[in-house]
Design a binder for this molecule. Structure first.
Ligand SMILES: [Zn+2]
Length: 461
């Protein structure tokens, strides 16, 4: 049945197993990738404007009109790039997003210069090789290729390379574009980071498509007390109140449950995994509570997929060694399932902490709905995945972290994290030391995204 679906692709001259782009296309993508890695766009010390300007120069040289290229952002140092590739306009545009800032990297923390693009032992090394400059490079390289090949899509293809995804903050590019230049990025849906290819022991296992994410909210727990001299202690002590509340929190866990995305995820996983947990994974989809308990106990990541979590991360308190504390406070960091409300989490915390003296103060949060499991997107991804990497499953996922997809989803643009870059799931170096990308994975991802965007912007898809 699946083979039957593949026929149109085969007729188009696209053959199973041909996962590498032609040499000149590889060279172009590699050159762009190198250029991006070597621009110091660290979130706090760097700038994204040189990224926007250098990519704009490449696009102009490739024949893109000035009127289709926009550069701008919250401050001069943090510019974003938006470029439009015109289609027939039969359908609403699609948006291709990648962020161009990176987590800071210090030379002394790495075994090489993090801002030098190095190819060694089958890997590309450098800060941003995984997060998120590979996708940025591929979006630009593929857009230039479509132009050269005269590809005519049935919708506009918009590429946005944006600032300050890492840590968000006032210069976040996608938030700025939504607020100030919505018409430039308005789209039926968006493809972004957040999903990648999972490898284990050198074997490709699954191509993940991120469709939702937990949202983050911090609660400050605060106990205030009149204090006094420590030589005359009383039972009513701010630190003891807080400590007792945290002790109760440490024994608490939110209920285990699933949603449409995580049910599909565990179902797909049950077909891939072997061993003891296989049956439990399958039974989760049917809502079996004991299966959820086994699976949550087997892995912190699965636990976090099955429930909202809240954990103490910071403490403060007291003002002198010889004074009774007037203040004791803690930060509790919560990662909340999209369907759980802030009010629910807050009232649950209050009940669990069980002490009126402990104030629970909610911090800021942004929350977006899950993207619908669009049939066109999933069909295209799974067909292509099966063609390029036969037998590899396409899996919808909810991630525990956060991406810019959150803001787009909250503003009515469903966003799918999909890259097709395969990496060892036990050796993800994003944000860490000696970040790297398999050379072959980079080029295969280039092919995958080239074909995927084409498929999704061709009449009849
Ligand atoms: Zn990222």
């Amino acid at each position: 049945m699946l083979r039957f679906f593949l026929l149109p692709l085969l007729c188009a001259g696209f053959l199973a197993g041909q996962s590498m782009p032609p040499e000149p296309e590889r060279q172009l993508a590699r050159d762009i990738y190198k250029q991006l890695i070597e621009i110091k766009s660290g979130y706090t010390t760097g700038a994204t404007t040189p990224v926007a300007e250098s990519m704009a120069a490449r696009l102009r040289a490739a024949g893109f009109a000035d009127s289709d290229i926009f550069i701008g952002g919250a401050i001069p140092r943090k510019a974003n790039l938006v470029v439009r590739y015109h289609g027939t306009g039969r359908r609403k545009p699609m948006l291709l997003l990648a962020h161009t800032d990176v987590v800071e990297a210090k030379r002394e923390d790495w075994s090489m210069d993090p801002f030098q693009f190095i190819e060694r032992d089958g890997y590309f090394y450098g800060r941003g090789t995984g997060d998120d400059k590979a996708q940025a490079a591929v979006w630009i390289a593929n857009l230039i290729r479509y132009k050269r090949e005269g590809f005519q899509p049935d919708r506009d293809i918009i590429v946005a390379l944006t600032a300050d995804e890492e840590g968000g903050g006032p210069y976040n590019g996608i938030q700025w574009l939504i607020q100030n230049k919505r018409e430039l990025i308005d789209a039926e849906y968006c493809l972004n980071e957040g999903g990648f290819g999972e490898m284990a022991g050198g074997r490709r296992i699954a191509n993940d498509v991120q469709v939702s994410e937990k949202y983050v909210i911090n609660f400050r727990l605060e106990v205030r007390n009149k204090g006094g001299h420590s030589s005359m202690p009383v039972a009513d002590n701010a630190i003891y109140h807080l400590a007792g509340a945290l002790e109760r929190l440490s024994h608490f866990a939110f209920p285990l449950k699933t949603n449409g995305v995580t049910r599909a995820y565990f179902q797909a996983l049950s077909k891939i995994e072997t061993g003891a947990v296989k049956d439990d994974l399958a039974r989760i989809a049917e809502g079996a509570q004991d299966a959820m308990e086994h699976v949550a106990a087997a892995s912190p990541a699965w636990n976090a997929t099955l429930r909202t979590t809240c954990v103490a991360t910071e403490l403060e308190g007291g003002h002198a060694m010889n004074a009774l504390p007037q203040l004791a406070a803690a930060n509790v960091n919560c990662r909340v399932l999209p369907e759980d409300s802030v009010e629910y989490v807050q009232s649950t915390l209050q009940r669990v902490l069980a002490d009126d003296q402990v104030k629970v103060i909610a911090g800021e949060r942004s929350q977006g709905p899950a993207s619908p499991l669009r049939e066109d997107v999933f069909k295209a991804v799974s067909r292509l995945t099966d063609t390029l990497w036969p037998g590899v499953a396409t899996i919808p996922i909810m991630i525990m972290g956060a991406t810019d997809g959150l803001y787009l989803r909250a503003n009515g643009i469903p966003t799918y994290g999909v890259q097709g870059f395969f990496m060892d799931r036990n050796d993800i170096r994003f944000h860490g030391r000696d970040e790297r990308m398999l050379v072959q994975s980079f080029y295969e991802g280039q092919t995958f995204l080239y074909e995927l965007v084409k498929t999704l912007s061709k009449a009849g898809s």
